[in-house]
Every structure is written in C-alpha cells, then in structure tokens.
Write a protein that binds this ligand. Structure first.
Ligand code: GAP
Length: 492
C-alpha cells in the first residue's frame, strides 16, 4: 500500500469510528481481535445494503425466494460439505514470539517486499512457487519457501519456526444442557449449506420449478488465523448468498448470466467501472467447474468482494449420500425427444458476497477529503458520497435560527417526513457547521427552514454533492425526497 493509500485507509477507519459506523468489539476491554460492532449509522447503512441485495435478488426475480436458516446445524452437514476435513488454512508458529501466522500470508508479504524493492524476478518466482505449493497442498514446501527466503517473524525477528500445519477455520461449541449428553456443533462457516439442506423443503412448499434460486442473508463464523484490514477479514461476519438450481448441462449459461448480473448490481451504485475487475480462478475447488471473483480496488489493492461459483451437484449429492434422503428433482419439461427430463440432482450456481466487505467497499468508495479553499478563505470538508438510496440518513431538517417559531415549524416538517425516511434534526451551531456534519455522514439532503418558510411554506434543499440549494414547497418534500432516494434509481 502506498503512503497515500495507507493514510487514506487509516482515515476511513478513523472516520467510521468517529461518526458511529463501526467500533471495535469489546473496546473497553481492549477489544476482541477481528470482531467488530456496527454503530448507529453503520447499522442503518448495513441494513440498506442488505435491502438493496434482497430487493435485487429476491423481489425482482419471481423465481428466487429468500429464507433464514439457523446458524447451528446438524454436525454431519459439515462432514458432508467437506468443511470438517478440508476447510483449513496452512499455519505456522514462531517459537520465540509464540505468534501464529498463515504461512501463505508470510510468503505473500515477502513477495510484496520483493516487488517494492524492484526485485520483480524474485517476486514472480516466489509467487509461482507459492501457487504450486498451495495447489499441491504441500505443507513442507511452504516451510521450505519460508526458510529459503529467510522470512522472519515480524514480532520476534527470528526464524525459529514450527512446521506448517493445517488449521481448521470452523468454531465449535457444545450443544445440550448436560456435559455428558453434549454434542459438538459448529458455528456455520458459510450460509450456503442452510440453503442446500432446505432445497426440497423450499422447492415443494413453494412449488418452485427449475431454474430457481434460494437466497439468504446471515452470519457466518471463521476462526481466521490472521485478522487483516479492518472489517475485510473478520471472525464473525455476514454473507448474502444465493444458490441457483439448474438443469445439468445448462450451468455454464447461468454462470455467465450471474457473473454479468452481479457486476451490474455493483455498478448501478455509480462506482467507477475501473474500480472493479473479474478474477477467474485458475485453481478450482474440488466441487467447482468454474469460479470467478469480483474484485474491488480497495486502498490496499484489488481484493475479492464476491464470488460466483459453479458448484455442480456436489453439495446436494453429498447431502443425499450423508443423510440417506433423496435430493432429486423431477423435471417434467420435455426434452428433444418429447420425453420428460425426469429425475436428477440439480446443478448449482452460487453468488456469494460478504456484507461487511461490501460495507467497507462502500465506505472507501464514498470517502472524500475535499479542499474548498478560495482565494480569500481556506476551507475543506470530508464528505461521504454515498448513493442517496443507501445513505443512513436521508435528510436533516435545520431551522436557520433557534427562535421566531422556526424550530416549531422545523419539527412540523420533521414529523411530516420521519415515518418514510430516516431523518435527523439539528439546530445547534452555524448552518455551515451543520452542513459539514451531515456531509461527513453522507446525508444527501439538508432541509433548511427560514423566515420565508413561515410566510410561504417553502424551504431550501441543499444537495450534498453539488452543495447547491433550491427552494421548494414544503408540502412537496415527501415527493421530492421520495423520488431522490427511491429504490427505482438502483433497480429498474
Ligand atoms: N459459500 C461460498 C463461500 O462462502 P467464500 O469465498 O469463502 O465462499 C464468500 O466467501 C464471500 O464471503 C467472500 O467473497 C467475502 O466477501 C466474504 N468473506 C469470506 N470470509 C470472510 C471473512 N473472514 N470476513 C469477512 N468477509 C468474508
């Protein structure tokens, strides 16, 4: 990360805390690593991102329905899905500092250092060796790379390493009131399995016909070895996932459809196209026959926000095998020979986006420090240029002064709007300072009540981005704000 980007990212994190978007969890107890709380504005912004996703995926698709499955599930599910045996990261401990690291992250950091020092050939060679070791799941090879490139512990500075071991990322706990009848259960590491095991429940109760999708938003938990980049990699986070069940043989068409549709969802927010890119997976998970990441240009570089995976019939087949229950669908559409397609286990295209990563993306993309100085006056502002539909506060009502009946009139307008829009009321400090406070939290509109309002029932609306003002009828505010923050501006 360059110094500028490093500083920018620090400022975004500081801003998120200062204005009540994100707090470190358990802060007064010195925090809990890689766990975060969303504050009063963060909760609103997060809810708006969820609504945007839900409306786009569920409400706008007649063949996609949403569910809310439990976090605890039968432990066999994680055996069937492969998570018990295979959901692990390669980890290594430094014997002097007792610190634990992901072996691949240590090597990646070394590659970055080679690049920074202009040692491009060394960087490329090490990257190729790392990819080969990861592809082959070759733990001794990872250790050899750490030794050969003299990678030292960032804390102790020594190279006194343990062997590289696989570390399962699932959290487990005990279910049952008595220790003796307790059973080990896991906190789900992805929401997707709650969808797979309910596939037939939803298909039958909802009379769904293939192709159809099941969506859900919910918490997932991973005991990440290394916490990185604020809310980018957390131990407790939220996913928005959708499994789209299709006829075998049609999966590549649907994969192409969802790859394009998901990027469109991101771009509708007005984010510049060059800030996004696709990253096709060269190394596929054992269950996938195609996979792509949608990456965003964060201040610390392009990183994954969302994955689109063609998961074949792996998960449903595994659940059929482990539960002993049929996971088949009867397709009575006719094939080329005029006969029903009949029974089969559907193939699945998955779209999976991390809500917290989308939140971070939204904050990084919206954050701007602007120099507004003129020849006569120094001035600046920090503004969150959030899409108005996602903004946590839609408008702030401000009486120009605290007297002459202006606060009473402003309260009247507040009451007129607050049922439909999340609003704030502010009568403290100069109007300029109040505008700046709203700019900093991304409020798209400020409504000012002045003496003219008492005469003709008109108010001014000040627009966050252009800082321009217009005079409008107070009775028209519901319509005007309603249009400016409508979901129709994002979803057509
Ligand atoms: N069901 C597929 C699945 O879980 P994944 O690539 O492991 O795939 C999907 O995760 C998305 O979840 C990622 O693209 C990322 O946005 C988010 N995600 C994964 N691990 C995360 C973590 N530790 N903290 C925050 N978000 C995470």
């Amino acid at each position: 990360m360059s110094k500028n980007n490093d500083e920018l990212f620090k400022n975004v994190i500081g801003h998120a805390k200062e204005y009540g978007f994100v707090f470190q969890s358990s802060e007064i107890y010195d925090g809990l690593s890689a766990v975060y709380d969303y504050g009063q504005l963060g909760a609103e912004l997060k809810n708006n991102i969820k609504t945007y996703w839900w409306k786009s995926m569920v409400q706008m698709h007649e063949n996609i329905v949403g569910i809310d499955s439990a976090i605890f599930m039968h432990p066999k599910i994680w055996k069937a899905s492969g998570h018990v045996d295979g959901f692990a990261d390669p980890m290594i401990d430094n014997k002097d500092s007792k610190k634990r690291y992901r072996a691949d992250n240590l090597i990646e950091d070394k590659i970055a250092r080679y690049e920074k020092d202009g040692k491009t050939d060394k960087a490329l060679k090490l990257q190729a060796d790392l990819d080969a070791a990861l592809t082959a799941d070759d733990l001794p090879a990872l250790k050899s790379l750490i030794e050969a490139h003299e990678i030292a512990c960032p804390v102790s500075g020594t190279r006194n390493w343990t062997d590289v071991r696989q570390f399962n990322l699932m959290f487990s706990t005990q279910m049952g009131a008595m220790a003796e009848d307790s059973d080990e259960v896991y906190l789900r590491p992805e929401t997707a399995q709650g969808i797979f095991v309910n596939f037939l429940n939803v298909q039958k109760s909802g009379r769904m016909k293939i192709p159809f999708g099941i969506a859900q938003i919910g918490k997932a938990f991973r005991n990440e070895v290394i916490a990185r980049q604020f809310i980018m990699r957390m131990r407790e986070f939220e996913q928005m996932e959708m499994q789209f069940f299709v006829r075998p043989g049609t999966e590549m068409e649907w994969y192409a459809y969802w790859k394009q549709a998901r990027l469109k969802w991101h771009l509708a927010l007005g984010t510049p196209e060059e800030k996004y890119r696709y990253h096709d997976h060269a190394k596929l998970a054992h269950y996938a026959n195609a996979a792509v990441d949608i990456e965003f240009d964060f201040p610390f570089g392009f990183k994954e926000v969302e994955g689109i995976h063609s998961r074949t019939d792996f998960d449903l087949s595994q659940h059929q095998k482990f539960s002993g229950k049929k996971m088949q669908y009867f397709d009575n559409d006719l094939n080329e020979d005029g006969k029903p397609f009949g029974n089969y286990i559907p193939y699945v295209i998955e779209t999976s986006i991390g809500l917290d990563r989308m939140f971070l993306l939204t904050m990084c993309n919206a954050y701007e420090e602007q120099d507004l100085s003129t020849e006569d006056r120094k001035d600046s502002r920090t503004v969150l240029k959030l899409h108005p539909t996602l903004a946590p506060v839609k408008a702030c009502v401000m009486p120009l002064t605290k007297k002459d009946g202006l606060p009473e009139k402003a309260r009247e307008i507040m009451d007129q709007l607050k049922l439909d829009f999340n609003m704030q009321y502010d009568e403290k400090d100069s109007i300029g300072k109040r505008y700046r406070r709203q700019d900093a939290i991304g409020t798209p509109f400020c409504i000012t009540i002045d003496h003219q309002t008492l005469e003709d029932n008109t108010v001014t609306i000040r627009h966050r981005d252009s800082m321009e003002q217009e005079r409008v009828e107070a009775s028209e505010l519901d319509n005007i704000i309603g249009k400016l923050v409508s979901w129709k501006n994002l979803l057509k």
